[in-house]
Design a binder for this molecule. Structure first.
Ligand SMILES: Cc1ncc(COP(=O)(O)O)c(C=O)c1O
Length: 349
C-alpha cells in the first residue's frame, strides 16, 4: 500500500478538480456557445495528411509569429503552451522558489492557488473589496514575491479598475501576472504594455472567445528578458502541431471571434435583466459569464437545474460568494431555455 508520507507534504491535501459526471447542457465552464471555431474544422481536415511522426517546433515559433503580428509585438515577447493553465504553471516554475509566497485577490480562479502549491509555494489571498474590486494597498502590503490577478475576474465577472492594476504593477518589486483569459470580452488589455514594465506577464487563452477549449492552446506576453527565461522552462513540444495550426488559423479569421464578442455583449445584458426579474441578483459582467446570488441555497438551485438538464456552476459554499452561482452567457435560445428552467426551479421552491 502506498504510504501517505511518500506524497510530497505540500500537495497531500489537494483535491481532484471539478469534474461533473452528469449529462447536461454545459453552461458551467464559460466556453464558447457558438460551437467550435470553423477555422479549426478546416485545419483538422488538412491535418489528416500531416506528417505527425515528426515533432512540432519546440517553442511553437509559427504561432508566436502570428501572435506578434496580431499584437504588433515581437515573436519573442510570447511563450505559448498547452492551455493558459500550462503557461501559468511555467511562470511559477520560473520565478518562485519552494516556500515563497504568491499573493492573489480572493475570490478568483481556483487553479491559481493549485499551480502555486504544486510548485511548492505558499498561496496567500487578499479579499476583494466592495463590488469585487481590487484592494491594491492590501495586495502590495502582503509582501509576496509574485502577485497574480485575473481581469475580468473569474468567477465574479467584473474587470478591475485599470489604474489600480497599474499601480500594483508599478509598485510591486517582483513579477505581476495579469490573467486575461476573458480579455476579449472586456474593453481593455494589458498586453500592449508588456514592454513598458520590467515585471508584467499577461496570460491569454484560445479556450474562450476563440472557441478552442478542446484544443488546449494558451499564451503569455511579457518583455523580452522575462519571456526568454520563461521560454527556457516550458516543456519543449508541449503544444502539438495540430493545435498550433488551428490557433494560427483562428487568429487570422477574426469573424467568429468578433461574432462571439458581439453576441456575448448583447446577450449578457438581457440575461442579467431576466435573472434579476426572477429574483436572482446578477453582478455586473464584462465576461462571457454572469455571477448571481440566489435568495435560496444556490446548491439546491444548481442541482435542481441540473436535474432538468442544464448545468451551471455553484460557488455558494465559498466565503464572500454565499449562495452564488455562475452561468455562461448563452445564445438567445440557450438563455431562454436556461431562464425557463430556472423559473421552474424557483417556482417549485
Ligand atoms: C481565469 C482563468 N484563467 C485560466 C484559465 C485556463 O484556461 P485554459 O483553457 O487556457 O487552460 C481559465 C479557464 O477557465 C480561467 O477561467
Amino acid at each position: 500500500m502506498m504510504k501517505e508520507e511518500w506524497v510530497r507534504a505540500t500537495v497531500r491535501d489537494i483535491p481532484l478538480y471539478y469534474n461533473p459526471k452528469i449529462k447536461a447542457v454545459r453552461m458551467d465552464t464559460s466556453t464558447n456557445v457558438l460551437g467550435p471555431n470553423p477555422a479549426v474544422r478546416n485545419v483538422l481536415n488538412e491535418c489528416a495528411g500531416m506528417d505527425l511522426n515528426q515533432y512540432p517546433k519546440p517553442y511553437s515559433d509559427d504561432l508566436r509569429e502570428a501572435l506578434a503580428q496580431a499584437y504588433g509585438l515581437k515573436a519573442d515577447n510570447f511563450v505559448v503552451g498547452n492551455g493558459s493553465d500550462e503557461v501559468l504553471d511555467i511562470i511559477f516554475k520560473t520565478f518562485m522558489e519552494a516556500g515563497e509566497t504568491v499573493v492573489a485577490p480572493y475570490p478568483s480562479y481556483s487553479l491559481h492557488g493549485f499551480f502555486v502549491k504544486i510548485n511548492g509555494g505558499r498561496f496567500v489571498t487578499v479579499d476583494l473589496s466592495d463590488g469585487f474590486q481590487l484592494d491594491p494597498d492590501a495586495l502590495l502590503k502582503a509582501k509576496g514575491k509574485i502577485i497574480i490577478l485575473c481581469t475580468p475576474n473569474n468567477p465574479t465577472a467584473n474587470t478591475f479598475d485599470m489604474r489600480a492594476v497599474e499601480r500594483v504593477i508599478r509598485e510591486h518589486d517582483g513579477p505581476v501576472i495579469v490573467d486575461e483569459a476573458y480579455g476579449e470580452f472586456a474593453d481593455r488589455s494589458f498586453i500592449p504594455l508588456v514592454d513598458d514594465y520590467e515585471n508584467l506577464i499577461v496570460t491569454r487563452t484560445f479556450s474562450k472567445a476563440y472557441g478552442m477549449a478542446g484544443m488546449r492552446v494558451g499564451y503569455m506576453a511579457s518583455n523580452l528578458t522575462m519571456a526568454e527565461q520563461l521560454q527556457k522552462i516550458k516543456i519543449p513540444y508541449s503544444l502539438n502541431r495540430v493545435s498550433e495550426r488551428a490557433a494560427i488559423a483562428a487568429l487570422q479569421e477574426r469573424d467568429y471571434v468578433d461574432r462571439t464578442v458581439e453576441l456575448v455583449r448583447r446577450e449578457r445584458e438581457k440575461l442579467s435583466h431576466e435573472l434579476d426579474a426572477l429574483g436572482l441578483r446578477p453582478y455586473p459582467s464584462q465576461s462571457n459569464f454572469v455571477l448571481f446570488r440566489c435568495p435560496v441555497p444556490s446548491s439546491e438551485v444548481v442541482s435542481r437545474l441540473a436535474a432538468k438538464g442544464v448545468l451551471i456552476r455553484d460557488f455558494g459554499r465559498q466565503r464572500l460568494l454565499e449562495d452564488c452561482a455562475r452561468t455562461t452567457v448563452g445564445t438567445e435560445e440557450l438563455n431562454t431555455m436556461l431562464l425557463s428552467k430556472l423559473k421552474e426551479v424557483m417556482e417549485e421552491w
